[in-house]
Design a protein around this ligand. Structure first.
Ligand code: FES
Ligand SMILES: [Fe+2]
Length: 417
C-alpha cells in the first residue's frame, strides 16, 4: 500500500513533476528508426512524458524532434511541409530547422527591417530535443543541458541480426506495467499453462532487492528441491528498462507516453549469434512477450474493449490459466484493468509483493536524492553492462551479498547456470 501522495510522486511524469524530472535525465526511445529513414520523409507524431512532439528527418538526413504546437498560433506542425532543410508550418509558413530555430518567416510584411525579422525569428524558436539512432530506434533526451553518454545496454550494442524489437501501446501508467515485470509470483498463475519452465510452478519463498549504480536488482528464490534454491535475478536499469533471463535473452522498456499510457518496447536478443528463423517467427507472430498488433499501428489486436479475446473454453481446459493468447497480452489484461493509474492506497499486499514494495521505496528514495541534489543512478554508461540471470545456490548462500557481482556481464562465477 502506498499513500496517494507517494502514488502521485511515482507515477506522474509530465513536465515539472519529480518523476518527470528524473526521467528526463535519460535517453528515451521515441520511434523506430525506419519511420524517419529518408530525408524529407513525412514527419511522425510522437507523444512522450505527456509532451506532444513531431519527429522529422531533414534534407541532409539530420533528425529533429520538435514541440508539435507552432509557436505562432499553435497549429500542429505535424501537417507541415518537410523540405529544404526544415519543416514549414502550413498555417502561415514559418519554417523550423532540427534545432528548433525559425529559419524563415514569409508571413512577415516585406517592409520589415532585417533587424526586426531577426528578432521575430528569434522569438519564434520552438522547443527541440536532440535525437540519436541506436539499435534500430530513435532515442531522445528531454532534459536540460548536455545529454549523458548513451547507456551500454547489451542489446543495443549487437548487430541487427542478433535482435528483434516490437512495440505496442499499453493503456496504463508506466509504473504498474514495470511492476508487472518484476512481479515474480504472477508467473505461476497468469502465465500458467503457457510456459514449459516447470520452475515457474512454484511460488518464490525468498526476495532480495538492492540498489546498484545502474538501478536495482530484484532477486527471487524458489526452493524446488530440498537444499537448492533456484534464484532468478532481474535487473531494472534506470529509468524503465528490464533485461529478462531467458534464452534467447529479452528486454523491455516501459517508456511513458503520458501518465495513463505507456509504449512497451519488447526485444528478443542473443549476445553471441543471430536470432534463428524460429525465434524470429515467434516474435513476428506476436507470441511470447510480443503482441499481435493491428497492421500499421501500435495497438494490440487483443485489448480491453474486446476482453483481450479471452477464450473461456481454453481457460476451462487448463491448457491456459487465462484463456488469453500471449504472455504480453496476459500482462496487459491484468495491468490495464487495474485502472489507468492504479490506486495503491487501496491495495492489500502479500508477502509475494515484497520485491515490489522495496522497489517502490527505492524509487521514492531516488526522488528524494534528486530533490537533495544528488546525481541520479545510471548516468555512467558502463554501469549498464549487466544481465539478468538464473542460478542455483545452497540455501545458506547470501544472495544480498552475491547479487551485485552475479549480474555483471564479465564476472560470472561458476555457480551460475
Ligand atoms: S501557426 Fe504556424 S505559422 Fe502560424
Ligand atoms: Fe508477465
Amino acid at each position: 500500500m502506498l499513500s496517494k501522495e507517494n502514488n502521485d510522486l511515482l507515477t506522474r511524469v509530465s513536465f515539472g513533476t519529480p518523476m518527470g524530472q528524473l526521467m528526463r535525465n535519460y535517453w528515451i526511445p521515441a520511434s523506430f528508426a525506419e519511420k524517419v529513414a529518408e530525408p524529407d520523409c513525412p514527419p511522425v507524431r510522437i507523444r512522450l512524458l505527456g509532451e506532444d512532439l513531431v519527429l522529422f528527418c531533414d534534407s541532409a538526413g539530420k533528425l529533429g524532434l520538435l514541440e508539435e504546437a507552432c509557436p505562432h498560433r499553435l497549429a500542429s506542425i505535424f501537417y507541415g511541409r518537410n523540405e529544404g532543410g526544415g519543416i514549414r508550418c502550413v498555417y502561415h509558413g514559418l519554417k523550423f530547422d532540427v534545432n528548433g530555430n525559425c529559419i524563415d518567416a514569409p508571413c512577415v510584411p516585406r517592409s520589415t527591417s532585417p533587424e526586426q525579422l531577426a528578432q521575430i525569428k528569434h522569438s519564434m524558436k520552438i522547443k527541440a530535443y536532440p535525437c540519436i539512432e541506436r539499435a534500430g530506434l530513435i532515442w531522445t533526451f528531454m532534459g536540460e543541458g548536455v545529454p549523458p553518454p548513451f547507456p551500454e545496454l547489451e542489446w543495443t550494442l549487437l548487430p541487427d541480426s542478433h535482435r528483434y524489437t516490437s512495440r505496442h501501446i499499453q493503456e496504463c501508467n508506466w509504473l504498474q506495467a514495470l511492476e508487472g515485470g518484476f512481479d515474480a509470483p504472477h508467473l505461476t498463475f497468469l502465465h500458467g499453462g503457457d510456459h514449459k519452465d516447470r520452475t515457474r510452478d512454484v511460488v518464490p519463498s525468498f526476495y532480495e532487492v538492492a540498489q546498484t549504480d545502474f538501478g536495482f536488482i530484484v532477486a527471487t528464490g524458489r526452493e524446488i528441491v530440498p537444499e537448492v534454491v533456484h534464484w532468478n535475478l532481474n535487473v531494472m536499469l534506470m529509468p524503465f528498462h528490464k533485461i529478462i533471463s531467458t534464452a534467447p535473452a529479452a528486454a523491455h522498456i516501459w517508456a511513458p507516453i503520458d501518465d495513463e499510457t505507456t509504449m512497451l518496447y519488447s526485444i528478443d536478443f542473443h549476445p553471441d549469434r543471430p536470432l534463428s528463423e524460429t525465434e524470429l517467427q515467434r516474435a513476428r507472430d506476436g507470441a511470447w512477450i510480443h503482441c499481435e498488433n493491428v497492421p500499421e499501428t501500435d495497438h494490440s489486436v487483443r485489448h480491453r474493449q474486446n476482453d483481450y479475446l479471452i477464450d473461456r473454453a481454453l481457460q476451462a481446459s487448463g491448457a491456459s490459466f487465462t484463456g488469453i493468447k500471449g504472455f504480453g497480452t496476459q500482462d496487459c489484461a491484468v495491468q490495464e484493468t487495474m485502472g489507468s493509474i492504479v490506486d495503491r492506497s487501496r491495495e492489500r499486499l502479500l508477502i509475494g509483493d515484497s520485491a515490489i514494495v522495496k522497489l517502490r521505496r527505492l524509487l521514492l528514495q531516488a526522488l528524494r536524492d534528486q530533490r537533495d541534489g544528488r546525481r541520479p543512478l545510471g548516468l555512467n554508461p558502463a554501469s549498464y553492462r549487466v544481465r539478468s540471470l538464473r542460478c542455483e545456490l545452497p540455501p545458506d548462500a547470501k544472495m544480498s551479498e552475491l547479487m551485485h557481482e552475479l549480474v555483471r556481464v564479465d564476472r560470472k562465477p561458476a555457480a551460475v547456470v
